[in-house]
Design a protein around this ligand. Structure first.
Ligand code: B12
Ligand code: SF4
Length: 498
């Protein structure tokens, strides 16, 4: 049986480590006798990480070391990520020096990306070397997608947990004699076996996180107080958007936490710790009809608690009602974050499963039910398969409608492209069309393949690329958002085309 666990959150851009905290909190509630500690390497200088981990291993001598790995293939550049400028300059800048500079930056991004992957496996190997008898476990979203790859590279006698971790971790803690959930196990001889998930974890068992306990095992907890705190309200997505992996990471069945427990969690964060910003980290905070009922229950619980928070999360608006819109705004929703294309043809091609008219109607509901100056963030899959001059023109028109509705300054069109992810329908389609080679490696370090995985093909790719670069050159970032300036230039160029 396990008596001590060291959790190590592997480095990524600083973001509250919600996933591993849910796991540690659950283990504590089920097996309170186990000593736990959480080391967050995202908060440690790169040059210090090995030493800090080594010192902790020496001091604590845990009999289990559990790694949490969030991002592995993080190429999804958008206007708030420098990598988008690099890709655009490399492909479309008329200035040869800018192109060379972009090539150099691209190589340095890939170098960092390779180094971080190698270092992560290095931390696991260090544990195996220093504590040969310890059990190593690794989970997290990156592992949920690339579990097989992690199993190939990690040390022997490691359990690689795919998908949600609470119940699987408990079964490992209890001796790994009757394991549950999905995982790969690399045994002491390096052989890898796989278990598919056969049971569902009952989310009503996920009661409000015990933050005073979390504080006691995670001394760096306070460094996140002013950031967005991730709060989970449900898991799973039954929809089948053709580019998306979330329904595989979380499963298709939507399961819900108790709304009172969710609200209690937010209340403690807000009233006891002064946390103001919440991100509901569900694949979609509001999506199916049933989930809309659950969302309304959570909003009612939040309203009753009179909290001073601002929140956001990914939304689909199909089943929005004026009442829910009012409650969302009244509880502190600060932005409407959603995928957006203004063309029903593209919505259908991407199998998004909603009507554009419904979505526009939902926007009007926000406008009529308490909208003040919340941001409308449009994650636009520009130039997705099937995009034409006509469909792009329709998107431009609909964005204009949104400017008129909410005020131009409140609408933020994100210049976003589809990132092709392994096992998705769009990946299969692009392989069959010869855009990608069958059997390509989704974790490749080849910059040309990486660029292909960010889908922005010709001829519209050039138009969008040039528009983005012109916007970057001519608009003032202090007074204009680059996505809006880019859309204006795209509109101008489209008007010259038939
Ligand atoms: C919400 C979300 C965001 C929000 C986060 C808001 C916030 N403040 O938390 C925002 C919009 C900011 C965001 C940004 C980004 N994201 Co994001 N995000 C997600 C999303 C939808 C949910 C993640 C989450 O918090 N889930 C809730 C928690 C409770 O679950 P969890 O972390 O998965 O933890 C569970 C399990 O993984 C497991 N587990 C975790 N750790 C451990 C450890 C052990 C030992 C065990 C046993 C189990 C275990 O158990 C936990 C509980 O069941 C996922 C997709 C998805 N559906 O999972 C993408 C996802 C994680 N994001 C991803 C990416 C790439 C990014 C960005 C890099 C995008 C970009 N280019 O900017 C940035 C990076 C941010 C950063 N700083 O690292 C990728 C990462 C994987 C990859 N492809 O390598 C994902 C998987 C999406 C995807 N398919 O590409 N993201
Ligand atoms: S994009 Fe959203 S709604 Fe579509 S499958 Fe993914 S999580 Fe579900």
């Amino acid at each position: 049986m396990t008596s001590s666990i060291l959790y190590v959150r592997l480095p990524c851009w600083k973001i509250y480590p919600g996933g591993v905290i849910y796991v540690a909190d659950y283990i504590h509630k089920q097996r309170p006798g186990i000593q736990q500690h959480l080391l967050d390497l995202a908060l440690v200088e790169p040059s210090e990480r090995k030493r800090v981990l080594k010192d902790l291993l020496t001091k604590m001598k845990p009999d289990m070391v559990a790694f949490s790995w969030r991002n592995m293939q993080s190429f999804g550049p958008h206007p708030e990520d420098d990598a988008l400028d690099v890709v655009m300059d490399f492909d479309y800048s008329p200035n040869v020096f800018k192109r060379l500079k972009a090539a150099k930056s691209a190589l340095s991004i890939i170098y960092d990306y390779t180094l971080s992957r190698l270092s992560n496996f290095g931390y696991m190997k260090m544990v195996r070397k220093m504590l040969p008898e310890s059990r190593i476990v690794v989970g997290g979203t990156a592992v949920s997608i690339f579990g097989k790859y992690v199993a190939e590279k990690c040390p022997d006698d490691t359990v690689i947990v795919v998908g949600e971790g609470e119940d699987t971790m408990l079964s490992i803690v209890d001796g790994f004699t009757a394991p549950v959930g999905e995982f790969f196990y690399k045994d002491r001889n390096g052989r890898v076996e796989h278990r598919a998930r056969a049971e569902y974890f009952d989310l009503s068992r996920l009661t409000a996180v015990d933050f005073p306990y979390v504080e006691s095992i995670f001394p760096d907890f306070h460094s996140y107080i002013n950031d967005d705190f991730g709060v989970h309200t449900k898991r799973g997505c039954p929809l089948k958007c053709n580019f998306c992996l979330y329904n595989k990471i979380e499963g298709a069945a939507q399961r819900y936490r108790d709304p009172q427990e969710v609200a209690k969690e937010v209340e403690v964060l807000n009233k006891q710790y002064g946390v103001k910003n919440i991100w509901f980290t569900d694949a979609q905070f509001c999506s199916t009809k049933k989930s809309t009922v659950h969302v309304e229950q959570i909003l009612d619980e939040l309203l009753a608690r009179k909290l001073d928070i601002s929140w956001s999360g990914y939304l689909r608006l199909n089943f929005l009602t004026p009442e829910i819109a009012r409650k969302m705004l009244a509880t502190g929703m600060c932005s409407v974050d959603l995928s957006f294309t203004g063309s029903q043809e593209i919505i259908n091609k991407m199998t998004l499963g909603y009507k554009l008219d419904q979505q526009m109607e939902a926007f009007r509901m926000f406008k009529a039910n308490g909208f003040t100056n919340q941001k409308i963030k449009l994650y636009m899959p520009l130039n997705a398969p099937g995009e034409t001059i006509q469909t792009l023109k329709k998107t431009v028109e609909k964005i204009r409608e949104l400017y008129d509705m909410f005020g131009r300054d409140n609408v933020l069109p994100f210049i976003f492209f589809i990132g092709i992810q392994p096992g998705t329908p769009v990946e299969k389609q692009l392989i069959s069309e010869g855009y990608l080679k069958a059997g390509y490696n989704p974790l490749t370090l080849n910059p040309f393949i990486i660029k292909r995985l960010l889908y922005n093909p010709q001829p519209l790719g050039r138009l969008i690329g040039h528009a983005y670069l012109e916007a970057a050159r001519t608009s003032d970032p202090n007074s204009e958002y680059i996505g809006r300036a880019t859309m204006d230039i795209i509109e101008r160029e489209l008007s010259l085309m038939t």
